[in-house]
Design a protein. Structure first.
Lengths: 252, 307
């Protein structure tokens, strides 16, 4: 049963077609990796799924709802949370303050003008549970701007988790990480996938082949192949379009 | 706790005993000056709520200030005398106006937002001065309304303004530390992330915009009581700039920024006007120094964080 399906999704920016008649189905419970060369339209796709961009054509279905025109904040409430390729956090806030904001967003209305939010201990408690899960408890009261890059990337995922999603859209979670850091991220994603469906956009092929149950390949805004990792590895089109270039060599 | 409580009670006590002392020593002029400072403190604090806490650089805040004042003038001219009618009318009108202007302007960002808020305020300015029967460019006399319970003398107005200012500041202090206030500041810090974790950004900004506009209208109607006159100057873009200067001088996003900025700017203007007709040059220099050397304004000099 597909949790997320994209049908004929198309996004044009003026004359440029970034996503072109794209079809994709992500099953509940799987880690589905989305790979493709730079400029293939991966982030544009994520932006449409989460609602930051409106598609030009096509339909997005999530968990039985047609969410093509649903505003972003309601999609989060339905259970779709995303991370950003370029770290996008509340930099001048502490780690806990970042997470509390995300917890607050899904725990009742925030149109309350009178009572001090600091007295709502449950926000802090839930935020602390997430730092524990991330292994960032020792950073609870550190300003985000002072975290290492790897820690910031972990908090990116943490903020999405704090939304208690059914599905995570991870936009290059390993971007700019060293091998040790990305190892830890692989571990975290594997752990999260026990309870969550994950759409993983990633350039790190080792991570993709270790994590993904299915892989889709996006080239020039179109899914050219979709299947199990072995099928993708063996697919000649994929080799030509993507994997071949990834190793630097050119195959005649 | 007790120390911080004294920090509020001492200035409040001084303000409470000031009018009789001024009266006894023949310095009644200063009762008026302080009334004016308190009115501008309210207006600047309302701007600080959206500019400082919300990151919305509205360059049209004078619109609500002026409309508040004009509502008093026009209604009293049309024969309405009860403050219990005039006040709610002015506040509702300013809230509606802020809702209309905000719901359009908040679809833009950055320089466009600054320009479109300015454009709306200027539109209102030209509409108002085109009404000959309401004084046109000369402005309109605004009789003090009837409160029923007391006569609105200069001293009564002083205390009324003080009470309104204290109540409004208390409400704003509650607001910025509430759930709503936290989200508003988070949106200022990082709008796209706030949206990504599930906040309807536009709705939060619009509500803050309406609250700020209403508070500015409240200040405007007090201004009309103070001068007993609604001047088109209250609506002009220079007035928006004046309020913005107060916020920048006092401290953008600092809780006392509006109050300190209004007090500092009006006192400096008062002093410099006594020395030279080129007083605006002095004000400009002081603002320049603050921006260069104390970017968090006067409130920042005291080393306390705003929120």
């Amino acid at each position: 049963m597909s949790l997320l399906t994209l049908e004929h999704l198309t996004k044009q920016f003026g004359g440029l077609t970034a996503v072109n008649d794209c079809n994709l189905a992500v099953d509940a419970g799987e880690i589905h990796a989305l790979i493709g060369p730079n400029g293939a339209g991966k982030t544009t796709l994520i932006n449409q799924i989460c609602g930051a961009l409106q598609p030009t054509r096509g339909q997005i279905r999530f968990d039985g709802h047609d969410i093509t025109h649903t505003p972003q904040h309601q999609r989060v409430r339905l259970g779709l949370a995303r991370t950003f390729q370029i770290t996008n956090l509340f930099k001048n806030y502490t780690v806990l303050e970042n997470l509390e904001l995300a917890v607050q967003a899904r725990s009742g209305s925030s149109f309350h003008f009178w009572n001090p939010v600091q007295r709502e201990m449950h926000l802090r408690e839930e935020a602390e549970q997430i730092t524990e899960l991330l292994g960032l408890t020792f950073r609870n009261h550190t300003m985000v701007a002072q975290l290492s890059h790897g820690e910031q990337r972990q908090l990116e995922v943490g903020l999405a988790l704090a939304c208690k999603p059914k599905m995570l859209l991870l936009d290059e979670p390993m971007a700019g990480m060293g091998s040790e850091e990305s190892g830890r991220m692989v571990e975290l994603i594997a752990r999260l996938s026990q309870n969550l469906t994950i759409l993983l956009v990633e350039h790190d092929m080792d991570a993709v082949f270790r994590l993904a149950q299915r892989i889709s390949v996006l080239v020039y805004g179109q899914v050219i192949a979709s299947g199990h990792p072995e099928e993708i590895r063996a697919n000649p089109d994929v080799h030509r379009a993507y994997l071949g270039d990834d190793h630097g060599g050119r195959h005649p | 706790m007790t120390r911080s409580l004294w920090r509020y009670l001492v200035p409040l006590g001084l303000l409470l005993v000031f009018p009789p002392i001024a009266y006894a020593t023949g310095l009644e002029f200063y009762t008026g000056l302080i009334t004016k400072i308190m009115i501008f403190a309210l207006a600047a604090s309302s701007l600080n709520l959206i500019l400082g806490y919300g990151g919305m650089v509205s360059f049209g805040h004078a619109a609500y200030f002026g409309v508040g004042a004009y509502t008093v003038a026009i209604l009293t001219r049309e024969g309405v005398t009860s403050a219990w009618v005039i006040w709610p009318a002015a506040l509702v009108l300013c809230a509606l106006l802020a809702f209309l202007i905000g719901s359009i302007c908040l679809r833009t960002r950055g320089v466009y937002f600054i320009m479109i808020t300015l454009a709306f305020a200027q539109m209102i300015y030209f509409v108002v001065i085109s009404f000959r029967q309401y004084g046109g460019e000369d402005g309109l006399r605004a009789r003090r309304p009837d409160f029923g319970l007391f006569e609105l003398s200069d001293t009564a107005l002083y205390y009324l303004t003080l009470a309104v200012l204290v109540a409004a500041l208390y409400a704003v202090a509650r607001l910025v530390n509430s759930r709503f206030g936290r989200v508003l500041q988070a949106i200022r810090e990082n709008e796209s992330r706030a949206a990504a974790i599930g906040y309807p950004v536009y709705r939060f900004q619009l509500v803050a915009f309406v609250i700020a506009g209403t508070l500015a209208g409240l200040a405007g109607l007090l201004m009309a009581h103070y001068t007993q006159y609604a001047s088109p100057n209250l609506l002009a873009w220079q007035q928006s700039g004046h309020l913005m200067m107060m916020v920048i001088l006092g401290g953008v996003g600092q809780f006392w920024g509006g109050v300190l900025g209004a007090a500092a700017l009006l006192v400096v203007e008062e002093i410099l006007q006594g020395f030279t007709i080129y007083w605006q040059l002095g004000v400009g220099l002081i603002l320049l120094l603050i921006v260069l050397f104390a970017p968090r304004g006067i409130a920042g000099l005291f080393g306390r964080r705003g929120s």
